[in-house]
Design a protein around this ligand. Sequence first.
Ligand code: SF4
Length: 364
Amino acid sequence: MEILVEKSALPYSLTQEIIKKYPYSIISSYEDFKWEFKSYPELVSLGKKRLFIMNYKGKFFRKCPGTKNYFCCGYKIFHFAEGCPLDCTYCILQCYFNRPGIKLWGNLLEDGLRELEEVLKKHKEEKKVLRIGTGEFADSMALEPICKVSEKLINFWQEKDPLAVLELKTKVALPEEYYAKFKPDPRIIFAWSINTKKIVKEEEKKSATLKERLKSAKLAIKYGFTVAFHFDPIIFYEEAEKEYPEILEEILNNIPLDRIAWISLGTLRYPKELKEIAESRFSDTKIYAYEFIEGLDGKKRYFIDLRIKLYNSLAKIIKSVENQVAFYFCMEGERAWEEVLGKKIKASEDVAAILDEVAIRLCG
Ligand code: SF4
């Protein structure tokens, strides 16, 4: 990984920690960085191998952007980076970048943790539980060998004792030594995006196999953490309605149910510009070849009947554990909630209430 450090990010401790271990170059600023003359898809690929360490001036603590007209779960984000070295064919981050590279905030330990501490303190005083994660604009763990941000956040959680759960969403597998260095803490949720073996192999380049992800989840539990799973994106193909339920069954048969915070479901959706970029980067991908409609949020998605059919392939298994594990949809409307999960959801707050109840339990 090529590391480029903004001059103004040099004094910060995370920057210093990284540049002590890795070779780097200094640049005057991210905005002034002159990049190679290549096509957009080539620049996206190039950007997977370059890390900018920057002096971030924006908000570290944010609301999940959600999407218009579908229910959102009220998740909050600790924004530590933008971009990802993994390479999923459906990744929407391929549509958004100004310079080819992953951005990491060098001032995170000084400015980011100060902002986070204030938010956590306020929530604790008001006795309001917070669900927060880092995996919205980046994979929570893919940069961990370089930056150790998740490790720092786990230690921060244990030191500050907030009324909050921290969800670390990833597609990489973590070794036993990673978990062994922390005290057990059910408020820390290691979460894996889950897909069928076919989709992992064909569409989630550079990420861990399904077997490795599940092994890693078991290790997280062994060391006293909570786990979560996100069936997202569920992708339609001929065997999908057979293979997604098999994976869900495998999880439920191998992971103690009381250690699963939640399981989310969401079918493939994407901004329309993504198709052309992804197809020129991944000539073998077939996921965009199906019929899509423009959803109420302007994103492409499967027609509601197909979405419900895919979700319904999981409904019987979900029903058998519905009192033990919280299932929810990411960005769906009333019909999916009612027809698949049998729940009358009228607003995003109803979804948030289901997950807050779990978070309160995990906070003890
Ligand atoms: S792991 Fe997530 S952030 Fe990384 S490439 Fe895949 S979809 Fe994008």
